[in-house]
Design a protein around this ligand. Sequence first.
Ligand SMILES: Cc1ncc(C[n+]2csc(CCOP(=O)(O)OP(=O)(O)O)c2C)c(N)n1
Length: 318
Amino acid sequence: MAANADELLGLHRQMLLIRRFEEASAKAYSQGKIGGFLHLYIGQEASAVGAIANLGEGDSVVGTYRDHGIALARGMTARACMAELYGKVTGCSKGLGGSMHFFDAEKRMLGGDGIVGGHVAIAAGAAFASKYRGLKEVTVCFLGEGSVSIGGFHEALSLAALWSLPLVVIVENNEYSMGTPLERTMSVHDTSQKAHGYGMASDRFTSGDVLEVKRRVGEAVARARETSKPTLIEVRTYRYRGHSMSDPGKYRTADEVEERKKTDPILRAETDLRTLGLVDADFARIEAEIEFEIEDCLRFAEESAEPGEELIEAFTYA
Ligand SMILES: Cc1ncc(C[n+]2csc(CCOP(=O)(O)OP(=O)(O)O)c2C)c(N)n1
């Protein structure tokens, strides 16, 4: 149960913004306004929101292609994110990256990366840079459980533990890598156990309660900041949509998905907020504010220009 209504309200609002942003982007995708890939985070919101709530300005965040929620939780604007999906020059990566490459140097959102597992090494590098410079900064890296079998994951953990880097690695275990269930790809089903091979601290919990996510990740962030020690965390979560927009999701039943929606983090936050005194009118006001923000970012993306030829040379290796 939440001790602080204001804190939970802020986290709830962020999760709802992410969900409505992604629902709007799915619609725009089906209307042909967004091209390429679109991997939705719907259902997993509490993971990014709870984790990133512990970070300050100098800290870094690295994610996979399922990055919209992570970017919004990091404080990137809905306008910059939606325009990027639309491939417009006002997007966070000038419209050249799209869904998988949300990036913002100022906010220390270092991607959005399409190479499964490879980005964990980038995160270890960012954590190394902080330590080398003597700065008390932390890097948080998000990945799916399918990435745990990739070499880059182990190389990064090995060095993070050996060099004692201020890194928090968060495996978002949504049970499926594309359409393959975890049981078919790994002999160990609790991925946090991989920490033992490197002598790292570890933790494991579900994403149902965003305050719980914040508190548990907060312990790892504090450890990284104060003692420069890495942690591997498994957040057990679930995505309601397919792997990407082109996935009809035939590898799981509709009943399974409906069952998992019962532990939805946004519903849970709403229930807790009602216990703390919020009423229908409060939630209607939040929905209206978010609807306004979503309509604004859609209009902004629609009206923005495409990237021009002048960007080709500046952003292409020769
Ligand atoms: C090195 C590499 N191999 C394969 C792929 C193709 N691929 C894209 S997503 C994906 C599944 C990853 O699943 P998981 O890590 O569990 O993350 P989730 O999509 O569930 O968030 C695969 C195999 C890739 N992008 N990069």
